[in-house]
Design a protein around this ligand. Structure first.
Ligand SMILES: NC(=O)c1ccc[n+]([C@@H]2O[C@H](COP(=O)([O-])OP(=O)(O)OC[C@H]3O[C@@H](n4cnc5c(N)ncnc54)[C@H](O)[C@@H]3O)[C@@H](O)[C@H]2O)c1
Length: 252
């Protein structure tokens, strides 16, 4: 399947999980892909890079910490000098540190907001000037169904993802006249390293499955089709929206 032409997607948090699935899935669809993650995740990033190259596409690898504005600015600059343009930005990097709110540490609150919200904003700010100059682009922010209503032990995470949905709505209104679309995807429970933090016991797994209309947990691959749709001309009139990809767990 090739639908991309000469397009480049930048995926943050691409060393594993949903980010890797999206990066490789986009390369299968004909995109060249710029991949980034923390320096400590270089081995995983290189595995993602090899999978993209096996699909015959270019993989531009950059390490960056999304919560470090300078790091983000210089990594995006390097991607732009190599790849020349970024057509799609997928803000996927994120953390979940479960804790009830009564004992939530200031450190975990700050880290969650710094990475999930501020980091996402820094990536948008770094990529937007080049998209504005070309008067085209699609930004996809990975939020969560937790951001719709909240889930016990995920109050701070849910608040960060609600912020992602709000930033998505406002940014779409600010950059729409440049031909740039901004949408969010709200995954349900997806089986990744992060997902396993929520799943824990077999009983919890059965519980989450029973909450989904499709009676199953999500796989990282389940995010590829929706993200390709939001990146493509097929969704040319869709912006500022948050699409649940959760097997029918949330209906908000
Ligand atoms: N797995 C789920 O059930 C689920 C559900 C809803 C939303 N999400 C969201 O999907 C996204 C991906 O989650 P996942 O399940 O693949 O998680 P994951 O933990 O498997 O992967 C997250 C990736 O982000 C990277 N990352 C973390 N902090 C970073 C930073 N400061 N700078 C750069 N990279 C950083 C990690 O190194 C890792 O490679 C996250 O935004 C997450 O909140 C996941």
């Amino acid at each position: 399947m090739t639908q991309a032409g000469n397009k480049v997607a930048l995926v943050t948090g691409a060393a594993r999980g949903i980010g890797r699935a999206l990066a490789v899935g986009f390369s299968e669809a004909g995109y060249d892909v710029a991949i980034s993650d923390l320096k400590s995740q270089i081995d995983g990033l290189q595995e993602t890079q090899a999978a993209i190259e096996r699909n015959g596409r270019a993989a531009y690898l950059q390490t960056m910490d999304v919560s470090d504005k300078k790091d983000v600015q210089s990594a995006v600059k390097r991607v732009l000098s190599e790849a020349k343009h970024i057509d799609v930005l997928i803000n996927n990097a994120g953390i979940l540190r479960p804790s009830t709110l009564d004992v939530l540490s200031e450190e975990d609150f700050d880290a969650t907001m710094n990475i999930n919200v501020k980091g996402l904003l820094f990536c948008c700010q770094a990529v937007l000037p080049s998209m504005q100059a070309r008067r085209a682009g699609s930004i996809i922010n990975i939020a969560s169904i937790a951001g719709r209503g909240g889930i016990p032990t995920q109050g701070h995470y849910a608040a960060s993802k609600a912020s992602v949905i709000t930033l998505t709505r406002v940014l779409s209104q600010e950059v729409g006249t440049f031909g740039i679309r901004v949408n969010a995807i709200c995954p349900g429970v997806i089986v990744t390293e992060m997902g396993r933090k929520v799943l824990g016991t077999e009983e919890q797994q059965r519980h989450w499955m029973s909450l989904a209309a499709l009676s199953r947990l999500g796989d990282p691959q389940d995010l590829i089709g929706p993200a390709l749709f939001l990146s493509s001309e097929q969704s040319a009139y869709v912006t500022g929206q948050a699409l649940n990809v959760c097997g029918g767990t949330s209906f908000d």
